[in-house]
Design a protein around this ligand. Sequence first.
Ligand code: HEM
Ligand code: NAG
Ligand code: NAG
Ligand code: NAG
Length: 517
Amino acid sequence: MSDASYVGLASISSLLGLWIAWWLYRFILLRRLRPNDPPYLPYLLPCLGHTGRFFQDSHQLMARGVKHFNDTREPFSIVILGKTYSVITSPLDATEFYSNTVTLSWDGFLNHTLHAFGVSPERLDVLWAQPTEATTLNPHRKCLIHLTQDLYKQHLLPGPTFSGLIDKYKASLRTLTSWKRITERHHLETSSSSHCFSLYDLCATIMIDATQLSLFDPVLFAIDPTMTDNMRTFTDQLWKLMYESKMLDSKEIKTLREKYTRAFLIYQRLPKEMRKEEAWIVTALIDQYKTLAIHEDDSAAMLVMVYWTGDANAYKLAFWILSYILFDKHLHRALVTETSVAVQDNGEIDMDYLAQSCPLLKSVYSEALRLRKRDLAFRKVESDTHIAGKVLRGGNFALVPVCQLHDDRSVFGSDANRFDPSRFEKNNQLTGCTSFKPYGGGKTYCPGRFFAMQEIFAFVAVMLNRYRVQLDFPVQEFPRPDESSLTLGVSRPLPGQDLRVNLTRPVDWGSEEAGGQ
Ligand code: HEM
Ligand SMILES: *[C@@H]1O[C@H](CO)[C@@H](O)[C@H](O)[C@H]1NC(C)=O
Ligand SMILES: *[C@@H]1O[C@H](CO)[C@@H](O)[C@H](O)[C@H]1NC(C)=O
Ligand SMILES: *[C@@H]1O[C@H](CO)[C@@H](O)[C@H](O)[C@H]1NC(C)=O
């Protein structure tokens, strides 16, 4: 044996020795020393840990973890990009996760998200500082972050301002779903009475446009007409800003972030008379930014976040709901029958009827949320926290893989992975059960859930009743969801998966454009 290969062999064997020592420490010794810490799911490379698997398919990684620990559903730990994340999979522990707002903090995660949207980390403390003076809008001198959360609740839970928002959505939807607008938006001939569309495009363009028009003044379209079209790419790639790493190519998302920020820099400077049509919450927020002298770049970044929060999920859910409907003729007919009273020929919508008298629509919506809203809920562990007899260590992160709750066979039955349109109608306890968490829970329980539900109900009902919608050619494969951790919120269809649909306008409609804006 030559000297060189001897040295090579020696260093390989000492590396191997080191690796074995590390492995024994991490997976054997540590479990003895700290028996109450959530055990690590075994992995091969220090630091890198489960990173690769996590980004490839987080759902599968979680399922593997649960299986590895023999389905005891006790918390376990994984390592992503050098950081430890404790995984919570039992519904009872998840309830504790959502309700513990003291040591499992949303604030730490929010800090991280604000930074991802472009708020300068040096100025983050301004957003958490207590103002020196009380104002009418902020009588208890809350910091901007907590005030924003309060304003969302005031505005988006049913009440006077909520009704105003819904009225704006209805008016926008009515115009945007006219044949003239749909065909123009997709650069098609208005005079012909049927066209083929990508269903995903149709849901995205109409719903994102309608939501933008409900929240912001139409002048925003003039400032940047591409904002709604860019939302899909923006939300699909946002994870790259959340898990910032040099290994990721984040050029496109950073360019988009800059474009959105620039639009809101201009928007927030406009005098109020030029933003007359915006939602009450947006006016209130921009007023607060000015009162508290928030740096313009930061307030623009926060407005981008407001825009994204309001726009980034509902269109995806509507896509899945319509996909399920188009693959089930019986369901399609039943839903048209159930909802037709609520939609007039000119697109006028009775929202109360949809929300209160359409149990099948509601069930289909909940079932779609169960199967398609299954991403991860994160918290930062502020200090050692006891859950299920284990100690989550301060400084780490905790997460609930919502897919593990939504697939729970003990609650949803042995057919839990199947779409059953009337599952929630047959058992109305399911919506409130601890295994159904599409909108989170606890203090940060999504304040937009009523708005999201109504906008989806309205869009689906209008499309089904205003048009004849059918699969363009009957043999199409049902689109598969992207199950990786990469899309935040509702799963998108895997890139390239979509449905071609044929939209036909009924012949006897002459007056549909009469109600336009
Ligand atoms: C299908 C649509 C939607 C889904 C699935 C969804 C889901 C969620 C979830 C899971 C959370 C809580 C995260 C956690 O606690 O871990 C959340 C929070 C939030 N959502 Fe939604 N959301 C939707 C639509 C909306 C809309 C339309 C708005 C506003 C117009 C909105 C505004 C918010 C806000 C402001 C928070 C943070 C609450 C806080 O910090 O206290 N959401 N959402
Ligand atoms: C799971 O059960 C098997 C068989 O009973 C056992 O050998 C194994 O050690 C258990 N795994 C864990 C992580 O407890
Ligand atoms: C969020 O950031 C602010 C400002 O840097 C800091 O004071 C605060 O402790 C952070 N909050 C959490 C929960 O990490
Ligand atoms: C849509 O379907 C109708 C009825 O089946 C058919 O007459 C029409 O040609 C189709 N349109 C397109 C664009 O394929």
